[in-house]
Design a protein around this ligand. Structure first.
Ligand SMILES: [Cu+2]
Length: 171
């Protein structure tokens, strides 16, 4: 990411807002009030959030999700925290080696999948409250400070393997 690009994107977005604003009628309607305590970054949708518990207690869990960015700007995930996990980190796979990832960029109008064997989140020091069949919450923090929280299913590794979608589980 070059500096020029970081500046160019917001300017482009501003120009788009100004041109749309000119032909809007009436006062702006307020955005739908934020629902409850759940935080959400406008235009960013997170689905398929799931935490896969380790086969051996004490090992880290792996977490996956799909993020869609319907805005006109790139959004960048700085971190994903998981309720019930003391620590988390984003990783990707290079061959069979895991590499930490500082940030995950989601270009305007695109999506990114965290999935087994590829980009994923690892969760360390798990609370015993995290049980297969239950639910927890993921909170994505973006580089601009915005946050999005979503409910996430908790599944066991064997359930995850039986899901059939992925035969290359890395964890
Ligand atoms: Cu990992």
């Amino acid at each position: 990411m070059t500096i020029a690009r970081r500046i160019a994107l917001p300017l482009f977005a501003l120009a788009a807002v100004l041109s749309v604003g000119a032909c809007k009628e009436g006062p702006d309607k307020p955005e739908a009030a934020a629902s409850g305590s759940i935080e959400a970054k406008p235009g960013v949708k997170v689905t398929e959030a799931r935490l896969v518990l380790p086969a051996v207690a004490g090992n880290p869990a792996a977490a996956y999700l799909v993020i869609d960015n319907t805005t006109k700007d790139m959004v960048s995930i700085a971190a994903v925290s998981i309720q019930g996990a003391a620590k988390t980190g984003m990783h990707t796979m290079e061959g069979t080696t895991m590499k930490p990832v500082d940030r995950v960029d989601v270009e305007a109008g695109t999506g990114v999948r965290f999935e087994p064997g590829k980009l994923h989140i690892m969760a360390f020091e798990l609370s015993p409250d995290l049980a297969a069949g239950g639910e927890t919450e993921f909170t994505l923090t973006f580089t601009d400070g915005d946050k999005t929280s979503v409910p996430a299913k908790i599944v066991s590794m064997s359930e995850a393997a039986m899901g059939g979608m992925h035969t290359d589980a890395a964890h």
